[in-house]
Write a protein that binds this ligand. Structure first.
Ligand SMILES: [Zn+2]
Length: 64
């Protein structure tokens, strides 16, 4: 994957908050609705520091 800012090859890194990997969450209003979750992948440009984030399983996050 190439950086959209400077066209340098990007590498994957873990985006965390301390010990925990960052996660996307989505949920309908209401106590009994189940929460949908997806982990996040992060790519970093070694030249300019630009980062890109991807949901690992975006379809699982979509509410019906
Ligand atoms: Zn870059």
């Amino acid at each position: 994957m190439k950086c959209i800012k400077c066209d340098t090859q990007m590498f994957k890194a873990d985006l965390t908050e301390g010990l925990f990997s960052l996660m996307l969450r989505n949920k309908k209003k209401g106590v009994f609705e189940t929460e949908k979750q997806s982990y996040v992948s992060c790519y970093v440009c070694e030249n300019c520091g630009y980062i890109e984030l991807y949901a690992n399983n975006p379809k699982d996050l979509k509410l019906d």
